[in-house]
Design a protein around this ligand. Structure first.
Ligand code: NAI
Ligand code: MN
Ligand code: ZN
Length: 338
């Protein structure tokens, strides 16, 4: 079989590898579609501190089960599945409190272990989530990115009364906007970014109001309208954003951080405690595949609005380069496997 392998930073090749044999408790997935994410690019470029090389990248993938390992029921053969990339132990403290996404022995497919940019992938049977027939292949491959939004919003229980502010209109900001509007019916969702084309995408995903903070002060724009957001999601992830969010937030507001910056953020505690703000962080997803599959079945979200390009997997280098260089035109880029 062919696999897309990052041998070391900046060295990506399509390699012939032996067909994987599913171990006990595993299934083999014949991959049909995969999605390119910022983290694939970061592993490719050597910017992911968790990655070990060589690595088959890809953690957003969909396909059909074509072999099962020992102890896995053969009824699973032929099932259409999306794969949850989060592999957890099930018994550590984090797992016991519903946070397998930060398991003591966390393994993420495509990061710590070979992932889905491959014609076949062997994965734990319980990570291969069955996709109902009513959900198309293209929607199925988008389950993982939306689980990030399910995890973010799951921390804060948005309500129709919320005024939400989302920083960043990249893929992560847009899935969050779709969840806030489509699932939680939040009355006002404001999106801030510096790229007009991305703000236009945010509007297509349901944003009520978009603000370009490249040429004006976000605070001045919100102050002028007397708006104090009650829920703020940082999907832009610059270390300076936290203090700005604290300043802009309404008393009692919730802030969710998604960034992994290693640079310090300077913050003033009085701004947090004086308004009794709640600050959450969100990493990957904690058992959110069933949640997103339900959203898709009910038509509450529309992944098509995020998919801008599709490439044959053989053209993966072109696909990643376009994804990296063209933030104006690109959002989600998919790879097709025969
Ligand atoms: P992206 O780079 O495509 O989008 C980020 C957007 O933020 C861009 O459109 C950019 O113009 C905008 N931006 C940057 N600085 C800004 C500022 N100061 N104000 C307003 N807008 C600003 O990235 P993507 O894929 O949407 O991911 C966003 C972030 O989320 C990344 O930092 C990534 O590491 C993180 N991430 C976190 C996950 C988690 O589970 N916690 C999962 C996936 C991504
Ligand atoms: Mn992803
Ligand atoms: Zn665990």
């Amino acid at each position: 079989m062919k696999s897309i392998v990052v041998q070391q930073p900046n060295a990506l090749v399509i390699e012939d590898r032996p067909l994987p044999v599913p171990a006990a408790g595993e299934v083999r997935v014949k991959v049909k579609l995969a999605g390119i994410c910022g983290s694939d690019s970061h592993i490719y470029r050597g910017h992911n501190p968790f990655a070990k090389y060589p690595r088959v990248i890809g953690h957003e993938f969909f396909g059909v089960i074509d072999a099962v390992g020992e102890g896995v029921d053969s009824v699973r053969l032929g099932q259409r599945v999306s794969v949850d990339p989060v592999i957890s132990c099930g018994h550590c403290y984090q797992c016991s409190v519903g946070k397998p996404n930060v398991c003591a022995s966390l393994v993420v497919l495509g990061v710590h272990r070979d992932g889905g940019f491959s014609e076949y992938a062997a994965v734990p049977a319980k990570n291969a989530k069955v996709i109902p027939d009513a959900i198309s292949d293209k929607h199925a491959v988008m389950v993982e990115p939306f689980t990030i939004a399910a995890n973010v919003t799951g921390h804060v229980n948005p309500t129709e009364q919320d005024v939400a502010l989302v920083y960043g209109a990249g893929p992560m900001g847009l899935v969050t906007v779709q969840a806030l509007k489509g699932v939680y019916k939040v009355k006002q969702v404001i999106v801030v970014d510096r790229i007009e084309e991305r703000l236009a995408m945010a509007q297509r995903s349901g944003a009520d109001w978009v603000i370009n903070n490249g040429n004006q002060s976000l605070q001045a724009v919100l102050d002028e309208k007397g708006i104090k957001p009650t829920l703020i999601v940082d999907a832009a992830c610059h270390p300076t954003i936290l203090q700005e969010a604290i300043t802009l937030a309404s008393p009692g507001a919730r802030i969710v951080l998604m960034g992994f910056s290693s640079e310090p953020s300077q913050i003033v505690q009085q701004g947090i405690t004086g308004k009794e703000l709640s600050i959450f962080s969100s990493r990957l997803n904690a058992n959110k595949f069933p949640v997103v599959i339900d959203w898709l079945e009910k038509g509450l979200i529309d992944p098509d609005k995020l998919i801008t390009h599709t490439f044959d997997y053989k053209d993966v280098k072109d696909a990643i380069e376009l994804f990296e260089k063209d933030q104006r035109q690109c959002c989600k880029v998919l790879l097709t496997f025969s």
